[in-house]
Design a protein. Structure first.
Length: 203
């Protein structure tokens, strides 16, 4: 049985994890917190399969090392992490991406939409839909095939050159290559009439 914790207890746990004071008891508490997202993830993934006819890939709980790394890398509290549970949808192009995001917004209780196409994060472009179920957030990444190709390339480079590549660090040559590739993909996906990324998504 999963033990319920208050928001204050969860954030205090995050504070201890952030500064490196990690005990076995805290790791067990974090595992309990991670597992508490399973129902929300299953609901979201099930709704996507049933109503949209799409097959999401993802995980109901972010790994413990990933959570700790994020807490230490960013100015964020444990209860503010939006991708403890998350899944991904890969679509053909920008038009399909806009359509899927709009359908998700109508299907799920949406907290907000993060559009990282015109203002990418270190070259990363996608649209993230943050859904909520029973006060648990689930992040849905919607990527085009080309955006996904870039993300996979970035992951492989991070594996060989260091994870800081994904967060704006690392050597200049690699960063320049990834940014240039991201810009090229954006140009390829821009509408022929030059209007750029579609504004069909209503936030």
């Amino acid at each position: 049985m999963i033990m319920k914790m208050t928001k204050t207890q969860i954030d205090r746990l995050g504070d201890r994890l952030k500064v490196g004071k990690v005990s076995e008891a805290d790791l067990r508490l974090l595992d309990q917190y991670r597992l508490s997202f399973a129902d929300a993830y299953n609901m979201v993934a099930g709704a996507i399969r049933k109503e949209l006819g799409l097959e999401p890939t993802g995980r109901p709980a972010k790994s413990t090392p990933s959570i700790v790394d994020k807490l230490r890398r960013e100015s964020i509290r444990l209860t503010q992490i939006q991708d403890i549970a998350g899944c991904r949808l890969i679509v053909s192009d920008i038009k399909a991406q806009d359509s899927v995001v709009n359908r998700l917004s109508g299907l799920l209780k949406t907290v907000h939409i993060m559009d990282r196409r015109e203002k990418p994060s270190h070259g990363y472009r996608a649209v993230h839909v943050i859904a909520s179920h029973d006060a648990k957030m689930v992040e849905i990444q919607v990527r085009t095939e080309l955006q996904h190709m870039w993300a996979e390339c970035s992951e492989k480079m991070a594996d060989s050159k260091g994870s800081e590549i994904k967060y704006g660090g690392g050597d200049e040559a690699t960063k320049s290559f990834l940014n240039a590739l991201s810009d090229f993909i954006a140009m390829k996906e821009t509408h022929v009439d030059g209007t750029g990324v579609s504004d069909a998504i209503s936030n």
